[in-house]
Design a binder for this molecule. Structure first.
Ligand SMILES: NC(=O)c1ccc[n+]([C@@H]2O[C@H](COP(=O)([O-])OP(=O)(O)OC[C@H]3O[C@@H](n4cnc5c(N)ncnc54)[C@H](OP(=O)(O)O)[C@@H]3O)[C@@H](O)[C@H]2O)c1
Length: 335
């Protein structure tokens, strides 16, 4: 299977290339960059030396016609400038958008949360939401998939079992901390290393754009989500704490074990998960903790793994009829 990557010099694009370079059933057929077009991929990413030595190509010279699937790892608001053209000119190519442009069929919600009128609203209903554990069968049949956001993935992993078990009700509060790679490879005042490495701060309190896709996918009445994201002094990973509707610890653990018992890339543990065990891997670890009469939920993922590129590869595998975990059976390090 031939896979192309748009926006391949970004953090998401770079990790997609790393996983695709050793995927047993896929090969990288192009990787785009505007600034690094003509440079060998392995020059920009020395970790891929000997694995991907072909040059980056400019986005308008990408070989879509000979691709089975393309990943769009462009910034949000930019995907919608490119994707309509690919759909029009290459209707058979499967597309996985890693950004936020096509995650709900709600253009008004998009304008509210992303501060931008959607320029391709007619295409929104063509995309299937790529939260694998909750939407696997629709993804298998999809041509166009919108991969969930990183915070959204952690929230969905915590909320979906509650919805599935019919116990989601009332206000639900959550807070999560992300590493600096979550905001892409362009330094800004709040992500630049000297400003960040000793810092811990909240941002977008109750207004983060991922609320849109989470509330839309989980759906239903009688519950609401309040979410506060934080930025932490590390490079990769997301750690979420969610306070579900009040229920006994044993019941909460049962709800999560029933939801994820057969899942190949989601572990449920007693007590806290640890970022170090999921960093650099496609896995999520969910921890159930608290008092006997009140359980809470923790989720640990890599924003550059399950929170992005490896969920994208799970989606690719499903869309292409491959084993879902093909190329993704990778344990984490332990220190
Ligand atoms: N970072 C995360 O943890 C994370 C997790 C999940 C999802 N996402 C989403 O995934 C997408 C990529 O995120 P990222 O963190 O990898 O961003 P990034 O590091 O900023 O990389 C985006 C890449 O897109 C290319 N690009 C930018 N503007 C472009 C344009 N107008 N036309 C063509 N190419 C353009 C750039 O490459 P050149 O300059 O070389 O062309 C850039 O390296 C975003 O939509 C983001 O929201 C990110």
């Amino acid at each position: 299977m031939r896979a192309g990557v748009f926006g391949a010099t970004g953090y998401i694009g770079g990790e997609l290339l790393r996983y695709l370079a050793v995927h047993p059933a896929a090969e990288v057929c192009f990787a785009t960059s505007r600034g690094d077009a003509g440079q060998a991929i392995s020059k920009v990413y020395p970790n891929l030396r000997g694995l991907l030595d072909a040059p980056f190509v400019p986005p308008d010279r990408a070989g879509l016609a000979s691709s089975d699937v393309v990943f769009c790892a462009l910034p949000h608001n930019i995907s919608q400038e490119w994707i309509p053209r690919w759909v029009r000119e290459h209707p058979d190519v499967r597309i996985i958008d890693m950004g936020g442009d096509f995650r709900t069929p709600d253009p008004a919600g998009y304008a509210e949360y992303y501060g931008h009128e959607h320029t391709a609203p007619d295409l929104l209903p063509s995309f299937v939401f790529g939260f694998v554990e909750g939407n696997r069968e629709r993804i298998r049949a999809a041509r166009y998939v919108a991969n969930p956001g990183c915070f959204a993935t952690s929230l969905l992993l915590a909320l979906w079992p509650l919805r599935r078990a019919g116990v989601l009700a009332g206000p639900v509060q959550a807070a999560a901390v992300t590493g600096s790679s979550g905001s892409g490879n362009k330094p800004s005042g709040t992500t630049h290393h000297p400003e960040r490495f000793m810092n811990y701060r909240a941002y977008k309190a109750l207004s983060h754009q991922h609320l849109l896709e989470v509330k839309h996918f989980i759906g239903g009445e009688g519950w609401d989500l309040e979410f506060v994201p934080h930025s932490g002094p590390f490079a990769r990973g997301i750690f979420l704490t969610l306070f579900p509707p009040r229920m006994a610890l044993a019941k909460l653990a049962r709800v999560f074990r029933e939801a994820y018992g057969g899942e190949p890339l989601v572990d449920v543990v007693d007590g806290t998960p640890e970022l170090r065990l999921v960093a650099g891997t496609p896995r999520a670890t969910i921890g159930i903790a608290g008092r006997a009469d009140r359980g809470i939920v923790f989720v640990a993922i890599d924003n550059l793994g399950k929170g992005g590129p490896t969920q994208g590869i799970q989606n690719m595998n499903l869309m292409l009829g491959l084993e879902e975990t093909c190329g993704l059976r990778i344990p984490g390090g332990f220190v």
